[in-house]
Write a protein that binds this ligand. Structure first.
Ligand SMILES: Nc1ncnc2c1ncn2[C@@H]1O[C@H](COP(=O)(O)OP(=O)(O)OP(=O)(O)O)[C@@H](O)[C@H]1O
Ligand SMILES: [Mg+2]
Length: 478
């Protein structure tokens, strides 16, 4: 459809833009002529730029052959009537008022197009959040704490299907409890958002389907409709492994500095202790064994020996040298340690058992260091177990991760949850005569071997330490 426009003002520009940007499906309109008495009218200038025929006398339009439609955009009914009388019969004419009506209609449909595409985009974003985010958990919650929607990542952790989760309370799903979990020490970001109407952030401990603790960094954002909060979107990220790495790094730094300090102190104290010990023994030779002075000197000697034991532990701790590794069967070392600690166990009326896997591959380890580890763990287990209890040593091969595992299990007192985080810290002890270095040394040795040590403890049932050692580490040479 070929169009001639009479009137080159802003309406003409609007029409030209509309025809350029809009895709027409039934007719294909193009402007082939523009007329305006003002040579500088914007529509006329634009038409010239686009190589469209222009004129300052609209009568010229009637001489053009192929015009299908004349649109009058001057706003003057006289001009429109003049066009109607002069135009060829086959040419149609449209007044500015009719043109305006069509523009209104086209604007509405344009708006609808925009709304639909915006909706489609929003749906796409929502789809990504609920189905494709793998590192973040997303949950949409109503103001009464009910789950409105939940993403795949969080469903996987909770072990629920979307159908099971929707409608449940958020605290049932993430905290396994029957009441909201907000408190001074555990502020709920959802409650904060509902209170303030502003986004909120917090770190929480959630429980997975096996009740393992997971640390979460949570951000909540409100949905506001007509000044009312209609829901909250909660995006949370599991930062458990980041925290573990941070803790391990802190422990490492602490161990290094304590190690250095201990080495210096232990070295300086060792010599005077030896002098005290020999002097008290020499003095004992000059007095009667049943005298009061002899007994006091014996106390000095005993206490000095105890100090030397502590100093030796300190030196062991600070001397965490690189292991000198050879190929060993862990079972052999377990048997040796078993022999060394069994007497102590029998003395405390504790049964010691072992269950050693036949299929254990050889591993590259420092015999002395691993024996020290086993003795430390066994002595701790014996210390913690009441008479009549049991300490059991098990070895197994974890073929899927190519590691050898040793478990030291006791039926003792267990470790309280507050202490569980501290037991590997140097000098942490709950025992009257303990130095608190056994587990710190053990941890260092296992780390040097590229292995891991983990503990599970229940105050009713006892404690299990799990040590995993790789068959070989990257630094091992054949
Ligand atoms: N099997 C266990 N059962 C219960 N508590 C344990 C067990 N093993 C370790 N612990 C706790 O961990 C603490 C630290 O143990 P660690 O071996 O490092 O030091 P210690 O045994 O107290 O002293 P030492 O340096 O003489 O070994 C213990 O004091 C105890 O509270
Ligand atoms: Mg110990």
């Amino acid at each position: 459809m070929k169009i001639a426009v009479v009137g080159g003002g802003s309406r003409c520009i609007y029409l030209m833009d509309l025809l350029e940007t809009h895709t027409f499906t039934i007719v294909h309109p193009t402007i082939i002529a523009v007329a305006d008495i003002d040579n500088n009218a914007p529509g006329l200038i634009k038409a010239k730029e686009d190589d469209i025929f222009t004129t300052t006398d609209y009568n010229d339009i009637f001489n053009l052959d192929d015009v299908d439609l004349i649109i009058e955009l001057t706003g003057s009914m006289d001009i429109y009537n003049d066009i109607l009388t002069k135009k060829n019969k086959s040419v149609r004419a449209m007044a500015h008022s009719t043109a305006r009506l069509f523009w209104e209609i086209s604007r509405v449909s344009n708006l609808q197009d925009m709304t639909t595409s915006k909706l489609r985009r929003a749906q796409e974003i929502y789809n990504i959040m609920t189905n494709h985010l793998i590192h973040e958990d997303v949950i949409v919650i109503s103001p009464d704490h009910r789950v409105l929607d939940i993403n795949k990542s969080l469903l996987k952790k909770t072990g629920l299907t979307r159908k099971e989760a929707i409608g449940k309370f958020c605290y049932e799903i993430t905290h396994h409890q029957s009441h909201p979990c907000s408190g001074d020490h555990h502020p709920c970001p959802l409650v904060q958002v509902l209170k303030t109407g502003k986004p909120s952030q917090a770190t929480h401990i959630h429980l997975d389907k096996e009740d393992n603790e997971l640390h979460y960094s949570i951000s909540c954002y409100p949905f506001i409709d007509h000044n009312k909060i209609t829901g909250v979107i909660e995006v949370s990220k599991d930062i458990t492994s980041d925290i573990k790495i941070q803790k391990a790094m802190m422990r490492q730094e602490k161990m290094v500095s304590i190690g250095r300090l201990s080495a210096g102190v232990a070295h300086e104290i060792n010599n005077p202790l030896t002098t005290i010990l020999t002097s008290s023994m020499l003095l004992q030779e000059d007095v009667e064994p049943d005298s009061h002075i002899y007994q006091e000197l014996q106390t000095i000697a005993n206490e000095t020996l105890r100090c030397r034991k502590i100093v030796k532990s300190l030196l062991d701790f600070s001397r965490q040298t690189r292991p000198s590794k050879k190929s060993f069967n862990l079972n052999d070392i377990v048997r040796e340690s078993f022999v060394l600690t069994r007497k102590q166990a029998a003395f405390n009326d504790i049964t010691m058992e072992n269950e050693l896997s036949e299929k254990l591959p050889l591993i590259n380890i420092d015999n002395d260091q691993i024996q020290q580890v086993l003795i430390n763990l066994a002595l701790n287990a014996i210390e913690a177990t009441p008479p009549g209890g049991k300490v059991k040593l098990t070895t197994r091969y974890l073929s899927d991760i190519k590691m050898v595992e040793m478990e030291m299990k006791d039926t003792g007192s267990g470790i309280s949850p507050e202490d569980l985080d501290k037991i590997f810290d140097p000098f942490f002890t709950t025992r009257e005569n303990g130095t608190g270095l056994g587990l710190a040394i053990t941890h260092g040795i296992i780390e040097q071997h590229g292995g891991t040590i983990e503990v599970q403890s229940s105050q009713k049932h006892g404690t299990s330490f799990f040590i995993r050692l790789p068959l070989k580490t990257e630094n091992d040479h054949d």
